[in-house]
Design a protein around this ligand. Sequence first.
Ligand code: P6P
Length: 336
Amino acid sequence: MSISLTRYLVEEQRAKGHIPPELRLLLEVVARACKSISHAVNKGALGGVLGSAHTENIQGEVQKKLDIIANDVLIEANEWGGHLAAMASEEMDDIYSVPNRYPQGEYLLLFDPLDGSSNIDVNVSIGTIFSVLKKTSSSTLVSKEDFLQQGSQQVAAGYCVYGPQTTLVLTVGDGVAMFTLDSEQGSFILTQDHVQIPLETQEFAINMSNMRHWDKPVKQYIDECLLGKEGPRAKDFNMRWIASMVADVHRILTRGGVFMYPWDKREPLKPGKLRLMYEANPMSWIVEQAGGASTNGKMRILDIKPKELHERVSVILGSKTEVERITNYHLESQSI
Ligand code: P6P
């Protein structure tokens, strides 16, 4: 007997009481939007959706047509339901407040509508990442400041990976569940609950081409992994780098591993490449809820107090013992 996303959310609310109807509606609407995005992604060249949109986002990155399509799908799906006060996206400079013609809710939705979009044109897995916060101010006017909450304040976080399967991964603070899209029925079906990341691993994910730019603790960790059985780790390591955070994190949730996009010397004033609010925070909560860990090399990512909506952060996440080891290397190098 298959359990749909809706049934899972209803039964979670009945058992644990932390998915009120408005949040359930939000999550179901986001899931429906991900289905639409999956459909557009799967069309590929046949849908005329590949290639550049010849525009740039706030990050100064050239946008792909599907980046904009995915962003528009999420905005249009969520703005009328009455569950949201505002949205924020990697693809939009400013926040998007729910138009006055619709009722305003208490939730704030943040998303990277299509993460890993450099993989779109080469048919490699990409995904949507989302994070849900609650508006804390009583004012009906929503500002950027309403979004600047620590990741530990999230009430839901998830992603949808568009790969060989379309899989929605979700946490509301009671573990991590995975739902695979049954494209015949058009519904997400629970395929794994209480996901647990193995504590130990023999697999790391990092863009090795940046090696000469890394800080010492990262170099030390990777050098030890590369020494394999003959080195201090006394075991061989494997390496993966998909250049799509959603796909790398999904592998880690499924079989363990550590993912790193650390600070490097190329742009010393930039803390890292990945965005805190709608990439690192949701992924960090999911990883922690699955028994893993996530730091910026010095502190728990979910404890970082954001200063800007699009701020970046260094990310080290995955199997707990590996993240702790890498973080300790950073703290030791700091104390020298
Ligand atoms: P690089 C995708 O653009 C992304 O934001 C993450 O999904 C991914 O992990 C990283 O950047 C890849 O970066 O420098 O290896 O292309």
